[in-house]
Design a protein around this ligand. Structure first.
Ligand code: EPU
Length: 336
């Protein structure tokens, strides 16, 4: 049954722990419930939320917030080597990773413990430890908000790139994701080259699917705040990408600066490192700061409003721009 509320508190639906209200809140448990609701003449402002781990509310939302409670997981196709898993957009992301690891299906293990839900994994193209969700996605099913028509996007149509998809660009705000299909492997093909992952896996006894998941969980737990204890939205900014010339100049001036060359020739920098160098670990604002083990994570120190967070983020960006001449862009969606 579709659930509908008015004047609904979003406190439990954003990991920053910011109090905001939605004029209307709609939770659907199936694609047919969603198409029936939209087809009955829905109009007005719409916002789709997953686990609320990438949202920052600066005001109440005066439209309709949609949340998926489509929870089914089905094997759409299985061959000797691959499993195509079709997953409801409301499934908790880490529960899905655990489910695939338990069954010995490889692909998602590096993405363990990322907060959020399956629908958002496709929109944001979540990524960690050298893997992005888009690498594994075969198909994304949606319902178009304007006319309630079910749509389907192939991997190529999704146009995945670093923290990017078509749902953040040309199709932004137009769709509600209902199902995501992932192509998983029955044989192991671990990606262990990021940071100290390989070392951690060895410490745990070697490369098995369960050990890779455990290693990623342990690394994340040591570096990132637990959203149940400290309000944050994970990485607040995207890692900035600069051209090779700019990267070389920065490296001359700051030899310790981490740099990650991309296949296209540009270079990805570490926003966390840049922010730390600007002194923000030592200089929080009254209600907002950065996490002690990862400066890319902006945290609610208690009682922060959305506006406090935006003001702090503005000061952080300005300091990075002034010191390094590098522009930071928010990964978090500011609503309001
Ligand atoms: N670093 C610092 N100081 C800091 C933070 C980082 O010096 O406060 C340095 C690290 O020592 C390392 C480099 O910066 O040399 C990169 O740090 P890290 O490996 O922690 O990764 P990241 O680039 O800061 C990205 C993702 C994370 C993901 C990690 C691991 C983005 C925006 N963030 O962070 O994603 O877990 O890589 O793959 O790309 C998230 O999106 O919420 C998230 C946590």
């Amino acid at each position: 049954m579709i659930k509908q509320y008015t004047g609904y508190s979003l406190l439990a639906h954003n990991t920053f722990g910011i109090e905001a209200k939605a004029a209307h809140f709609v939770e659907f448990g199936s694609q047919s419930e969603l198409t029936a609701f939209l087809g009955a003449g829905f109009c007005g402002k719409a916002l789709v939320i997953g686990g609320g781990s990438n949202l920052l509310f600066v005001d109440d939302f005066d439209g309709t917030v949609f949340h998926s409670a489509i929870m089914d997981i089905e094997v759409a196709q299985e061959t000797a080597t691959d499993v195509l898993l079709r997953v409801g957009s409301g499934v908790n992301w880490d529960a899905l990773v655990a489910y695939t690891v338990e069954r010995g299906w490889c692909g998602l293990e590096n993405l363990s413990l990322i907060p959020g839900e399956v629908g958002a994994s496709a929109v944001q193209n979540v990524g960690a430890y050298g893997v992005e969700a888009g690498d594994l996605i075969e198909k994304v099913e949606t319902v178009r908000i304007a006319d309630a028509v079910p749509c389907s996007f192939t991997k190529a149509e999704c146009d995945f790139a670093y923290r990017h998809s078509i749902f953040k660009a040309a199709e932004k705000g137009r769709h509600i994701v209902t199902y995501v299909t992932y192509r998983l492997k029955k044989t192991s093909d671990f990606k262990l080259s990021y940071g100290n992952l390989c070392e951690k896996v060895e410490e745990l006894g070697g490369a098995t699917l369960a050990n890779v998941r455990r290693a990623v969980c342990e690394i994340r737990e040591a570096k990132l705040p637990n959203p149940e204890q400290i309000g944050s939205a994970g990485s607040f900014f995207m890692n900035p990408i600069v051209d090779a010339l700019k990267a070389a100049k920065l490296k001359d001036e700051y030899p310790a600066m981490p740099q990650y060359p991309l296949p296209c020739g540009d270079v990805k920098l570490s926003a966390g490192w840049l922010i730390e160098q600007c002194g923000w670990k030592q200089n929080p604002h009254p209600h907002v700061g950065v996490y002690k083990h990862q400066a890319l994570v902006v945290i609610n120190l208690g009682g922060a409003t959305g506006r406090d967070v935006v003001a702090f983020a503005g000061d952080v960006s300005a300091s990075v721009k002034e010191k390094f001449g590098v522009e930071l862009h928010m990964e978090v969606n500011v609503i309001g």
